[in-house]
Design a protein around this ligand. Structure first.
Ligand code: NAP
Length: 284
């Protein structure tokens, strides 16, 4: 297969490039500096000239708090651009795989969110991402949308790296313990995405690490695996007021993914250990 990967320099994008290349597919990676996905002409020329089997969109404006102050920009990158991509893919009879987020949900459900639950985003980032989903659905039939959450991995700013940087400087850190989700290793996401694309899956699929956690639990495990003696202290969200509201419970159900692929992503704790001890500590 030939695949274009947009946002190829990001946390997910770089792993998708590696994973598809390792599996023997021809990858055309486009990082932000090579392609601005909001540039219709550039996007269309690339797709028409390369004639890929799939476009995999890993590009997004992911700074959740900054989206509150840059609403037009967020809608342009996360909403309109995926819609344009879908239109071009439909015109050229090419498949599109797009990454979306748990933040399309408001977090009020007490059980895991399924693909059929009604989205109701709390913040501009979530609203712009939901707009992207609906624009794709409006513009093409054969799309694959993968909702993921709480990503960590090499090569991009992420919660785990931020916590470990803080833990190296402080003896005690406070971490939010009343938001729950499923931490997801970018490598695990990429291999699930490869499976779904190779199977020709269509529709919306939730994909995230097995098991769930709060940010506090994730931080505590990260500190332990990094061999640091910093103490993590659980606090409520209200302790750190932020511009964008976050869902309390955005745990995603992976039953649909399991039914189709007979696969489950590794437990987040195992992947976290792999990331910290197999990558981060070696890179230090
Ligand atoms: N990270 C998470 O926890 C998380 C959770 C749920 C869903 N997701 C979704 O997963 C996908 C991948 O996210 P990620 O974590 O890999 O984010 P990331 O590390 O921020 O990567 C996104 C990439 O998109 C690029 N980009 C931004 N605007 C662009 C534009 N106009 N044209 C082309 N490229 C552009 C960014 O480049 P610059 O850095 O130069 O701007 C960056 O390289 C996104 O759809 C995101 O919404 C992420």
């Amino acid at each position: 297969m030939r695949v274009i990967v947009t946002g190829a320099g990001g946390l997910a994008g770089r792993e998708v490039v590696t994973c598809f290349s390792t599996a023997g597919h021809e990858v055309i990676p486009r990082a932000h500096e090579d392609l601005d996905i909001t540039n219709y002409e550039a996007l269309r020329s690339l797709i028409i000239e390369s004639r890929p089997d799939w476009v995999i969109n890993c590009a997004a404006y992911t700074n959740v708090d900054a989206c509150e102050d840059h609403e037009d920009f967020a809608y342009s990158v996360n909403g309109k651009a995926p819609g344009m991509m879908a239109g071009i893919c439909k015109e050229c009879d090419i498949r599109l795989c797009h990454i979306s987020t748990d933040y399309v949900f408001d977090g009020t459900k007490s059980t895991p969110y399924t693909e059929d639950d009604k989205p109701s985003p709390l913040n501009t980032y979530g609203k712009s991402k939901l707009y992207g989903e609906t624009e794709i659905e409006r513009n093409m039939d054969h799309y694959l949308i993968i909702r993921t959450q709480w990503l960590f991995g090499p090569g991009g700013a992420n919660f785990v790296e931020n916590i470990l940087n803080l833990a190296r400087q402080r003896k005690i850190i406070e971490v939010v313990d009343d938001q729950r989700g499923c931490p997801t290793y970018s490598k695990d996401l990429a291999s699930a995405l490869l499976t779904l694309v190779e199977m020709g899956a269509e529709g919306i699929y939730n994909v995230s690490g097995s098991g769930d956690a709060t940010w506090y639990k994730l931080a505590k495990k990260a500190i332990e695996y990094a061999g640091l003696d910093t103490k993590a202290v659980p606090v409520e969200t209200s302790r750190f007021p932020r511009p964008a509201a976050r869902p309390k419970n955005s745990v995603l159900s992976k039953d649909k993914f399991k039914r189709l692929t007979s696969m489950e992503l590794p437990l987040w704790k195992d992947s976290l250990k792999d990331y910290i001890q197999g990558f981060l500590l070696k890179a230090d």
